[in-house]
Design a binder for this molecule. Structure first.
Ligand code: NAD
Ligand code: GLY
Length: 363
């Protein structure tokens, strides 16, 4: 039985379906959506080799006509040039308005496929089949799609909601441990910003650093509660007019760390973990939450095998400068999401640079 979470939106609501083994039922899930017959499956060589055959067999068994497009693996290929190749495959296969693109992969594949689907023929259907923990709990939900510009990450994009997010937790068994841990950073984030019960369940687990050491019931809780948190926030604020900004908890300092380390040395989730530690400390300095609360958060981050310190050699003034050119700057002021309780945050642009500096020096 699948757990189903609804993303309620004014124009088009959709389900997030979570069930072990559901990749084999991809075709059946899609049949219920009454889509056109043509499907373009988009993946990368790593994921396609592992799961492409299962996905294609399921789609064919449900009478879909399937073509595939394999993008090179890695953030480095999240470019407009890759999208142009994808359009060529769409053209060769005469993908019409009723056709569907299916993203089978992590956040990179999901963001790119979503962007191609948003722009091909001014918008066709797309389905997210996320295969990393990070994509399952975050990237695949909410309709942010896009590619990088040489000058910055995700600068080109569109909001385009999927028709379905299908999560098969079994595929996490092949995910490299470091990628699993990076996804756990976003899970811990939901515990801090939205869901105190999820936070408590994470605290109760002996280990969070490896899929194989986490009870399958907790994996289920992690997926359902994280997806529910993201669905709740996106349903209330689809286009980030206000509330959705809270999903950027840990991302202000995190993005600066990612950008200063060239998006290679530190994974996104690792940078978010460092950013959450910094945000927690800033909130303590501002008297918004307690040292004990920030310690509880940091214990979870460590238990997930994630970093809590800045990478060695990173220049603190460079971080402060990088904050000024981040997307989260509004009217010249750096926006921080800061915790006020376990399960609640606030957004502020009133953090003095001296406090940021003081906190970073200690990390
Ligand atoms: P990723 O897509 O690069 O995947 C990480 C690695 O894991 C890749 O090498 C991939 O081939 C491999 N992989 C994926 N699934 C696997 C599996 N089941 N078994 C074995 N290997 C597997 O990284 P990611 O962390 O999933 O996504 C990062 C991207 O997501 C970034 O580009 C980021 O900007 C984007 N993102 C988007 C949103 C959004 O709201 N749209 C949110 C967060 C992140
Ligand atoms: N990952 C942040 C958002 O979806 O808004």
């Amino acid at each position: 039985m699948a757990s189903v979470i609804k993303v309620n939106l004014p124009q088009q609501s959709y389900d997030i379906a979570i069930a072990p083994g559901s990749l084999e039922q991809l075709g059946e899930f899609m049949t219920n959506l009454h889509l056109g017959k043509k499907v373009l499956l988009v993946s990368n060589p790593t994921v396609f080799q592992l799961y492409g055959e299962t996905a294609i067999a399921s789609l064919k068994a449900a009478s879909f006509e399937v073509a595939s497009h394999i993008l090179s693996d890695g953030e480095h290929y999240k470019t407009l040039a890759s999208i142009e190749n994808l359009y060529n495959t769409a053209l060769e296969n005469r993908l019409e308005r009723s056709a569907t693109m299916v993203a089978l992969g992590g956040g990179v594949i999901g963001d790119m496929t979503g962007f191609a689907a948003a722009t091909w023929l001014r918008g066709i259907n797309f389905i997210q089949v996320p295969t990393t923990l990070l994509a399952m709990v975050d990237a695949a939900i909410g309709g942010k799609t896009g590619v990088n510009h040489p000058q910055g990450k995700n600068l080109i994009g569109a909001f385009h909601q999927p028709r379905l997010v299908l999560i098969d937790p079994d595929v996490l068994k092949t995910l490299p441990i470091r990628e699993f841990r990076a996804g756990m950073a976003e899970v811990i984030k939901y515990g801090v910003i939205w869901d105190a019960q999820l936070f408590a369940e994470l605290e109760a687990s002996q280990r969070l650093d490896e899929m194989g050491h986490i009870h399958s019931e907790l994996i289920d809780t992690i997926l359902t509660r994280s997806c529910q948190a993201k669905a709740d926030v996106v349903s209330k604020d689809e286009k980030e007019a206000g509330l959705r900004a809270i999903l950027n908890y840990g991302h202000t300092i995190g993005h600066a760390v990612e950008s200063l380390t060239g998006y290679r040395q530190v994974l996104h989730g690792e940078a978010v973990a460092i950013g959450m530690v910094a945000a927690g400390q800033i909130a303590v300095e501002l008297g918004m939450w307690t040292q004990q609360q920030t310690q509880r958060q940091d214990v979870l981050i460590e238990k997930a095998g994630l970093p809590t310190k800045l990478p060695a050699g990173l220049d603190i003034e460079a971080i402060i400068e990088a904050l000024q050119i981040d997307k989260k700057v509004k009217a010249g002021k750096v926006r921080f999401v800061l915790p006020t309780q376990i399960g609640a945050v606030t957004v502020t642009d009133q953090v003095p640079a001296d406090i940021i500096r003081q906190v970073l020096v200690r990390m």
